[in-house]
Design a protein. Sequence first.
Lengths: 638, 216
Amino acid sequence: MQLLQIHEPGETPQPHEDDASLAVGIDLGTTNSVVAVSNGGETEVLRDENGLALVPSVVAYAPDGSAIVGELARRLLLDRPEVVVSSVKRLMGRGVEDIKGLGGILPYEVEARKEGASGMVRLLVAGHSLSPVEISSEILKALKARAEDHLGRPVTRAVVTVPAYFDDAARTATKDAARIAGLEVLRLVNEPTAAALAYGLDESAEGVYAVYDLGGGTFDISLLRMEKGVFQVLATGGDSALGGDDFDHAVAEHFLAERRDGLGTETLTTSEVKLALTSARLAKECLSRQDAGEWAMEIDDKQTLHRLQRSRLEELIAPLVERTIRVCRSVLDDAGIDATDVNGVVLVGGSTRVPLVRRRVAELFGREPLADINPDEVVAVGAALQAEALTVGSDTLLLDVTPLSLGIETMGGLVEKIIPRNTPIPVARAQEFTTYQDGQSAMAIHVLQGERELADQCRSLARFELHGIPPMTAGAGRIRVSFAVDADGLLTVSASEQVTGVEQQVAVKPSYGLSEDEMAEMLYDSMENAADDMQRRILTEARVDARRVLGAVASALAADGDLLEAGESTSIAEAMAIVERSIAGDDRDAIIAAVEALEKATLGFAERRMDRGIRSALRGHDLRDFEEAAPAVTDSDP
Amino acid sequence: MQQQQEFRAEAGAIAGHLGTCWSCKGPADESAVLCPTCGAVQPPGQLDHFARLGLNVGFDVDSAALDRHYFDCQRLLHPDRFATRTPRERALSQSQAVSINQAYETLKDPLKRADYLVHLKGSGVLHEGCNLVNDQDLLTESLELREALADAETPAEVEALARRAAADVQGCIRALSEIFAKDDLEEACRLTTRLKYLRKLVDECRLRRGRMTGGE
């Protein structure tokens, strides 16, 4: 920003003015998704013609593979359940093994894993084999289309929110889904942090806040310190497989058990399970407002009636709610904060409408929780604010942490933690390991995420091998393993042998992510204009860099213009003008060539600046230091 | 030409780590986070954690001041400030933010701070000192406390031990403050080791109590 003020008015455009599309904020939820946009701090949640902000995260597939997203797809859930997928977020970054435990809960047809395919689970829907990433990308495309309709221009950049407790695989899967939908993810922001941002700016809150976020399929609790525009996450915890869906499941089980009592045992199809879950959801939602009700379920032309009291519902879901309360307690413990020291509690997520949830949260923290901002929309509002902050600039600062510890497997299947949970990100840490066999030429590195002590109880993120270690006696070879987590919470691991410097680096992706081939294929399939998109992106990048160079040269001229030699001023000005013209055009190669020419034109000038810098820094130094270097000074400065 | 560059590097070193800004190619002190001329973000230089956050070297750190300096540094250098900049600037801001976080994490915690300070002041001499149990009194104290914890049968007993350990932690931190003021590194090292043991005990009390009360 500062750089630009050096230019003459109108000489250089604001960065991105031409490439600018507004960046939007997207809450990609388990049950519903929301898109919002912020302009000058005014945030608007984008609604459909009926005023509805929520886009059900439900995708229906036609026989030709085309997708319908949202309310229409949700209505098909009852009539044509076999072509509809809901709650796909629960499968993001999951492998086939992971979801076996969820088999009862998730009404999906899971495809058996094919030899050689990546570990990511695939679903069979309407005769198509689809990955959760592809299905999520359909939801994102629908949100992108809604935003473009509203704004009347292309939308290519977004801040997308993820549960704070999402692991690396799920975060990567989310980012991939956005890419397939044609959205560049400016930042993945944790949902509770986004909610805090929405609250913090509205109420200029100060102190320690707890954000309790219970969605359709995920639970997060974050403790943040808010002060003067800083949102510092102190600790976070959660359960990425616990949400309102599980409440529905508990109620559906209850209904089906009642049915069995009346009608005897039935074998249910996936579709019938979906039907039972839908009735259960209606019952749950209704009992948030009234004390009792009756619901009818018709399967195989046999109707049963189910009467349910709120108190009975609460008995059914109490164990699930208590699980969230236990997580809250351990997060408070992690942060070293007493529940009574919390200045406010914010409720996020549709499932916090359940009265039992509100009651238990209020009891734990000893205060009534805040829910002034619609709990369904607050995350998208925060995401939109952050999108604006990233593109336009802002004084607010989000400082987030790693939700889960990261480490590698060591001898005996134990886990050595390299980055503990609740470490502020971005973070980089390294640890050295020694070879354990004489002449060992390779070392297997198994990257893990989780809190347990045994490797097979943690989440496996990636495995790779460092090869080419020269023969040494056991213990002599030193392998340095470095972990780096960026501001999106994504991990990169590298390993190098310290004696010879053999190095290998992996962006952690393999275990449950998409392979590069799968990704390339999807990009090809799903974006008619994938090539255009890529062209546009590299052109934008060249422009951004060209503007940086223009700014740098202008600053140097302003500071050290007296060092210019005769004629140099003109040649630099000409080279700058050529760069400016090239930026206005669409030829990336021309921009790069013009930048190179400008750097060449300023070479002598830059050297004189360095010499002057050195001379002024040397002033006042010990004479002997100076004399040692002195002959060279005269040489280089005729 | 090459000779000139070598000279510049050498003279730069004599002149107090003067480097070249990667963006405008002008002079920039290696400890500068932003180029004084063009404002471009620079790679994080070799700074001790105190200098990085603009604090005086010492064990006594005012936590409010630490937070304030930390926030100021991150406001300037956090990757969110560079989201639409060139890949190189984004990478540099990430390295800067990593270094700032590391400094903050180290200085915020009295144990990590003490450990770091002993190494910073004692350079290589004491490198193993704080990790070796060569102090009989310390060993005896730690073993006794551990036995007491193993024998504790009720949450109240564990709670009492936890309170005692927490009080000892506070006492140890006060003692560290006095010892560092006197620059007695050997004693500082001994106290740091003691603090490590006491902290572990507090953690174990917490785990034990958790198991007793049926939490996770």
